[in-house]
Design a protein around this ligand. Sequence first.
Ligand SMILES: [Zn+2]
Length: 93
Amino acid sequence: MPEEGPHNEAIESIIEGKKMEAYAEHRTKEMHVCALCGAIGYRKLPMRLVGSKWICIDCLRTLKETMDGLDQWEAEIQLEREMSKKIDETLRT
Ligand SMILES: [Zn+2]
């Protein structure tokens, strides 16, 4: 039958479409959005699950740098607190 050809092609294209949909869905499951910068990561941009949030390598690097400087920062905060405490005491007396 000559009509069978195009008919089958139509079905095949529907099947192909469904396959693509399933594939896209599969991909979406593996895809994550960085909780900090909103970047979409999929293989090209490695991401780590931190708690319940995905965070990309760039943000994790920034976080690490922040953590590395945390002691210094805390010391500065402590110093500021002590200074303002001293100022308060001076004002009270
Ligand atoms: Zn990020």
